[in-house]
Design a protein around this ligand. Structure first.
Ligand SMILES: Cc1cc2nc3c(=O)[nH]c(=O)nc-3n(C[C@H](O)[C@H](O)[C@H](O)COP(=O)(O)OP(=O)(O)OC[C@H]3O[C@@H](n4cnc5c(N)ncnc54)[C@H](O)[C@@H]3O)c2cc1C
Length: 444
C-alpha cells in the first residue's frame, strides 16, 4: 500500500499577524458580573463562544459568560502558543460558528484575507475548496474567533470570573464565585478539559519537582537534554521544538508504537452517520468506541521529522515503557524510572499526559452529576443534566452522548444546536415543564 505523508512545512504558519479589527469590536468588559441573567455560560472557550453565538441568533441576549481567562478562547490560544503550535488539527470545515446559520464561515473568512496569507496557506485553502483535508493556521483561527465573538456581541458579555459553585433550584440556577453571585434562569457548563496530572506515586510529596513540568508550561531554555512523556500531539510539539533548539530528546511512550493520523478521531464521528453509531447503543459499546477513538496520536506531518531525528540519534524513543517513578537527581537533573528497571536521565522532564474531562462535579451539589465512569448523566436530546434540568453541558463532558467528536470544535456546534434550541424554547414559553417526559426536545 502506498501511504501519503504530508510535508512537515504544513506545520508552520506565521503567528501574530496584524488582522484588521472586526467592525463594532467592543473588547471584554472589566465590570463585575451582573446579578441576574437569562443564561449564564461558564467557560468562554470555543464551546462557550458557540453557545453564546447560537443564543444570539435565537434572540436570547440576556447572557453572561463567566471565564477564568476573561477572553474568548483564551485558554485554547494560551495552550497552543505555549506549545508553539502554528496550525490546527481540525480542517477548515470545523469552526466555532453556528449550525444552521450562514454566517461567514472559517473558509470564507480566510479567503477574504487572502493578501495576508502565505503561498502554503493559500494552497491549503484550495485543498479545502476541493473537499480535501486542509490545514488551518492558528493565526487565521484566532482572528476568526474574534470575528465570531464580535459579530454575535459575545466579547461584551464575557466577565473574568472563577466560578466556585452552581446551585440549581426549581426555578433557576445560582452561580457563585469570589465576590459575585449570578441568578440565572439557565446555566450552560462549557468547562473544557483540565490537564491530566501524574500518578501520585511517581514522586514523593504533593509538589511537582523543579525538574519536572507539564505540557502547558514553558520548558526551561537551559535544559539541553529533555525527557518528554506522552504519545499525543502536545508531546510531538515539545519534541519538535526541542530538536529545533538543538536539544537532544528522550521520548517515553506507554504504547508499543507511536500512532500517526490526520484528525484525532476518525472523521466519520464528525458527521451524522458517525454520531448515529452512538445512538441506541449500549453504554458498554459506547465505551469501546470511545476507548478506541480517544487514544493519543500525532499528525502525519510530524513523521518525517521524528523518524529522521531518531535515525541520526538526536531522538531516542522508549516504546512500550511504563513509568514507575520520576526522581530528581543531583545537580537539578531528573531521572525517569521504567518498569523494566531502566533509567532515563535528562535535565528536565515534560509530562504530556493528556487531559481529563471536567464533568461539572466540582461545581454542582453532590449527587447531581451522577457520573458513570466519569461521564455526567445527561439528557440525550437536550444535554441537560438529568438531575438538574436547568443546567446543560457542551464540550467534552457530552462525549458519551455525542461520541468522541464532542471534545472538538466541530462537536461543539452539534451540542450547541441542541442546547441553545432547548434553552430558547424554555425561555420563550416559561410554561414548558422541565421534566424529561414533557420536555420540548430540540432534535438535531
Ligand atoms: C494544544 C491543543 C490543541 C488543540 N487543537 C485542536 C484542534 O485543532 N481542533 C479541535 O477541534 N480541538 C482541538 N483541541 C481540543 C480543544 O481543547 C477543544 O476543541 C476546545 O478548546 C474545547 O473548547 P472548550 O470551550 O470546550 O474548552 P476550553 O477551550 O478549555 O475552554 C473552557 C474555558 O472554561 C474556563 N473554565 C473552566 N472552569 C471554569 C470555572 N470554574 N470558572 C470559570 N471559568 C472556567 C477555562 O478557563 C477555559 O477558558 C486542542 C486542545 C489542545 C490542548
Amino acid at each position: 500500500m502506498i501511504s501519503f505523508v504530508p510535508e512537515p512545512h504544513l506545520l508552520d504558519s506565521p503567528r501574530g499577524r496584524d488582522w484588521p479589527p472586526s467592525p463594532g469590536a467592543h473588547g471584554t468588559r472589566t465590570t463585575p458580573p451582573p446579578a441576574t441573567a437569562d443564561v449564564a455560560i461558564i467557560g468562554a472557550g470555543p464551546a462557550g463562544l458557540a453557545v453564546a453565538s447560537a443564543l444570539w441568533h435565537l434572540g436570547v441576549h440576556d447572557v453572561v459568560l463567566l471565564d477564568r481567562e476573561g477572553r474568548a478562547c483564551g485558554r485554547f490560544f494560551d495552550r497552543v502558543d505555549v506549545l508553539g503550535q502554528r496550525v490546527l488539527r481540525s480542517p477548515y470545515e470545523h469552526h466555532p460558528g453556528v449550525e444552521g446559520y450562514r454566517d461567514c464561515e472559517l473558509l470564507d473568512f480566510a479567503r477574504l484575507h487572502w493578501s495576508l496569507l502565505t503561498p502554503v496557506e493559500r494552497r491549503e485553502i484550495r485543498m479545502a475548496q476541493a473537499g480535501h483535508r486542509s490545514v488551518v493556521p492558528v493565526d487565521v483561527f484566532e482572528a476568526y474567533c474574534r470575528h465570531v465573538a464580535t459579530l454575535h456581541h459575545v466579547d461584551e458579555r464575557i466577565r473574568r470570573a472563577s466560578v466556585r459553585e452552581v446551585r440549581p433550584t426549581a426555578d433557576g440556577v445560582t452561580v457563585r464565585g469570589d465576590g459575585f453571585t449570578v441568578s440565572a434562569a439557565y446555566t450552560v457548563l462549557c468547562l473544557g478539559e483540565e490537564r491530566r496530572s501524574a500518578p501520585a506515586d511517581w514522586w514523593d510529596g504533593e509538589a511537582t519537582p523543579r525538574s519536572v513540568s507539564y505540557w502547558d508550561e514553558p520548558v526551561p531554555p537551559e535544559a539541553r537534554r529533555l525527557i518528554v512523556v506522552g504519545s499525543g500531539l502536545s508531546a510531538a510539539h515539545l519534541i519538535a521544538n526541542a530538536l529545533g533548539d538543538g536539544k537532544s530528546v528522550h521520548w517515553v511512550l506507554r504504547a508499543s508504537e507511536e500512532r500517526y493520523q490526520c484528525a484525532d478521531v476518525n472523521a466519520s464521528f464528525f458527521r451524522a452517520e458517525g454520531r448515529a453509531r452512538f445512538d441506541g447503543t449500549s453504554w458498554e459499546d459506547r465505551q469501546i468506541l470511545m476507548g478506541g477513538q480517544r487514544r493519543a496520536s500525532v499528525m502525519f506531518e510530524f513523521r518525517p521529522l521524528l523518524r529522521s531525528a531518531e535515525a541520526d540519534g538526536r531522538l531516542t524513543v522508549h516504546r512500550g515503557s511504563t513509568i514507575t517513578a520520576v526522581t530528581p537527581e543531583r545537580a537539578g537533573r531528573a531521572a525517569v524510572r521504567l518498569a523494566g528497571g531502566e533509567q532515563v536521565i535528562g535535565d528536565h522532564v515534560v509530562l504530556a499526559l493528556g487531559t481529563a474531562v471536567s464533568n461539572g462535579e466540582h461545581l454542582l451539589p453532590d449527587g447531581v452529576t451522577a457520573p458513570r465512569d466519569g461521564w455526567p448523566d445527561l439528557d440525550e436530546q437536550t444535554l441537560a443534566y438529568r438531575n438538574a434540568p436547568r443546567v446543560f453541558a457542551v464540550g467534552a463532558a457530552a462525549g458519551m452522548v455525542l461520541g468522541p467528536a464532542a471534545r472538538n470544535i466541530d462537536g461543539h456546534r452539534v451540542a450547541t444546536a441542541r442546547v441553545a434550541t432547548a434553552v430558547a424554547a424554555h425561555l420563550e414559553s416559561a410554561a414548558v415543564p422541565l421534566h424529561a417526559d414533557d420536555r420540548m426536545a430540540a432534535r438535531v
